[in-house]
Design a protein around this ligand. Sequence first.
Ligand code: GRF
Length: 198
Amino acid sequence: MLTVAVLISGTGSNLRALLDAAADPGYPARVILIGADREAEGLAHAEAFGIPSFVVPWDAFDSREAWGAELDAQLQVWKPDLVVLSGLMRLLPPALVQAWAPRIINTHPAYLPSFPGAHGVRDALAAGVAETGASVIVVDDGVDSGPILAQEHVPVLPDDTESSLHARIKPVERRLLIDVVRRIAEGDLDLGARPQPH
Ligand code: GRF
């Protein structure tokens, strides 16, 4: 059974979808830990599912490195097999990425490498493209620049707003995430070995 920690900043709807999928006894992964960089709405899902959760408040630290070190310390307590960033709106410091790579993945609401960054949906809309998409990637030190594990296109409709487009992308993101986690758990998608925890 693959153990998963999920890190969020927002409503955690993608997290919720993963929790629902993992509630099926036939699903080969379990969410064992949920973390956030703020008192995120999505932490309610941890309570609903009886899963341990923690907050490492971004504002409480002087630097990205100090914040990341505390996040790493929390993750090391539980030692999940995989870390999923699902709407965590912070760039991780390189030391944290190195500690967990390649077993740290991210969902992104655009068809990477197009429209990386915090405003992937807004940027696609502003660019006037006919289609954008959703991607699941391995996290590296760049902004949404790691190896792509899965992705799918989503059409942009003429009257789309940022929220209507994001609402159509999210179900695709969820499906891709659930599928990627399953494939990792079943050994169909080899991310490579994780360095020994320090
Ligand atoms: C997702 O689209 C994620 O890729 C993006 O923020 C959204 C998170 O939504 N960075 P939720 O918190 O899972 O509802």
